[in-house]
Design a protein around this ligand. Structure first.
Ligand SMILES: C[S@@+](CC[C@H](N)C(=O)[O-])C[C@H]1O[C@@H](n2cnc3c(N)ncnc32)[C@H](O)[C@@H]1O
Ligand SMILES: [Mg+2]
Length: 247
């Protein structure tokens, strides 16, 4: 039983079964989300509309079942960084059902303007979850920009680099497993994928927390690193994203 305040539970009925210590996912709710979207009365308006698809995922997360997406508070903060940075290549570690890939891919497209070649690589370990993401990315009209790659982030980074498909990362988004943020960042360093000016953004550095990663980045001589506060929604739990610029 959830110990959350009554006003939060009224606003977000999906949190009634959420105990805040064990965030559930990969238990079939993602397939339910896919059916929810494809059976929605507004399906025709969703086609080619990244914002509407993400809004529907937010609605599902609030009303039906919690989803581990970056969500509607922290997500736009990262989108603003993308619009300022105008990355040509963005890599995210941990794609889940495609919420961040869809919203960030849309932000990249808007920032780049017509005709500019841009790529978002979304690396996801779970093949079923990745298939759901691919379907929603296609529905959003972003399949030409966003490529989902199935496998562990470290293996996929090494393979894409060895195949010559990934030579440089302008914007790296870490959102897979907090214990792997540091080793997988170091994989990118070892593969020489980062360059002066590259931005690395890590979600959930406070909740669930990535203290070793944050400490490493704050002491790393080759980067500048700072936090941006944000909320996990639904639930409005306080969190931070760590933003790091390669010098
Ligand atoms: C928090 S979710 C990502 C949410 C997504 N970025 C969003 O905001 O919409 C984390 C995802 O990382 C995946 N994952 C966990 N460990 C991974 C690894 N080593 N390599 C790739 N993906 C991993 C999980 O399967 C899960 O789908
Ligand atoms: Mg996250």
């Amino acid at each position: 039983m959830s110990g959350l305040p009554a006003d939060i539970l009224t606003k977000y009925p999906s949190l009634a079964k959420f105990d805040n210590t064990d965030v559930e996912s990969h238990d079939g709710r993602e397939a339910t989300l896919l059916k929810y979207i494809y059976s929605h009365p507004s399906l025709e308006q969703l086609r080619g509309s990244p914002a509407a698809i993400c809004a529907l995922m937010d609605e599902f997360a609030a009303k039906e079942d919690f989803l581990i997406n970056i969500g509607k508070d922290k997500g736009p903060k990262v989108e603003n960084l993308i619009k300022e940075e105008k990355p040509t290549v963005l890599v995210e570690l941990g794609g889940y059902v495609g919420y961040s890939a869809i919203s960030f891919g849309d932000a990249m497209r808007q920032a780049a303007g017509p005709g500019k070649e841009i790529r978002l690589w979304s690396l996801e370990f779970d093949p079923v979850i990745a298939a759901i993401a691919m379907s929603l990315i296609d529905l959003a009209g972003l399949s030409d920009i966003v490529k989902v790659v199935v496998g562990s982030a470290a293996d996929s980074l090494k393979r894409l680099q060895a195949e010559g498909k990934l030579t440089s990362i302008d914007f790296l988004f870490l959102d897979h497993d907090e214990e792997l943020y540091l080793p997988d960042f170091q994989v990118c360093e070892d593969l020489k994928l980062l360059h002066p000016g590259s931005l690395i953004v890590a979600d959930n550095v406070v909740r669930p927390g990535a203290p070793k990663y944050r400490e490493h980045m704050r002491q790393h001589a080759g980067v500048e690193s700072w936090g941006i506060e944000g909320l996990i929604v639904p639930g409005e739990f306080e969190d931070e994203i760590e933003v790091t610029r390669v010098k």
